[in-house]
Design a protein around this ligand. Structure first.
Ligand code: A4P
Ligand code: MG
Length: 179
């Protein structure tokens, strides 16, 4: 069995089995603290599963988290692992379309939001374009990212930063609990 089949991307013909589809494992941070935040996060997972070019491989538990550099109610946060054939910029556009489906508005930086989808990691890529920074620049400082990420991938490395687990102690004071 090749890796394409393992990822649920079965080849269309026997010949294709010789040339497996290229896919990338990516991690998506999901957050919401407006409206029915729990329902919004669950719907985001469903939409990721249905997104062409993406297969939802795993999802963390949902967590209730205290706002960090933000206002409003507690957040509901989770992290998803997907296998995707989409280019990183195309994936970002797909994530933004899911945010828009939930009426995401951006009145000011870090405003409360119905749904926020951040591309945390895209394989082992480092990306610095006008629209996309990967790894997500603040992911090592935030329990709402690190705790669900480490639940899914305890030994994961963050390009340019090393083992994600080494940052867990630094965010231990931030309020987070599974729901
Ligand atoms: N952009 C660049 N890189 C990325 C990336 N890796 N993933 C650009 C997603 N977007 C990326 O994003 C602004 C622009 O960032 C986009 O147009 C995109 O081209 P945005 O979603 O409009 O704004 P944002 O979410 O306010 O910014 P950002 O940077 O995602 O915010 P943070 O730093 O992630 O903070 N507290 C709790 N407890 N839980 C939360 O989920 N979230 C935030 C948002 C603050 N406090 C929180 C939570
Ligand atoms: Mg965002």
């Amino acid at each position: 069995m090749n890796t394409a089949i393992t990822a649920g991307l079965a080849p269309a013909t026997p010949q294709d089995e010789k040339a497996p589809f290229a896919f990338t494992l990516a991690y998506i941070g999901i957050g919401a603290n407006l409206g029915d935040a729990r329902a919004n996060v669950l719907d985001a997972l469903d939409r990721l599963q249905r997104q062409p070019g993406c297969t939802l491989m795993a999802a963390s538990r949902l967590y209730r988290t205290a706002p960090i550099d933000s206002s409003g109610d507690d957040y509901i946060n989770a992290v998803a692992r997907i296998a995707t054939t989409l280019d990183a910029e195309v994936l970002l556009q797909a994530l933004q379309a899911i945010e828009q489906a939930h009426g995401r508005e951006r009145p000011y930086r870090n405003a409360p939001r119905t749904l926020d989808l951040d591309l945390l990691l895209y394989g082992d890529a480092t990306i610095n374009s006008p629209t996309l920074t990967v790894p997500h620049p603040r992911m090592t400082e935030r329990a709402f990212v690190l705790v669900p990420l480490l639940e899914l991938a305890p030994s994961i490395h963050i390009p340019g930063h090393g083992a994600a687990s080494q940052y867990a102690a630094g965010v231990a004071g931030q309020g987070i609990s599974p729901i």
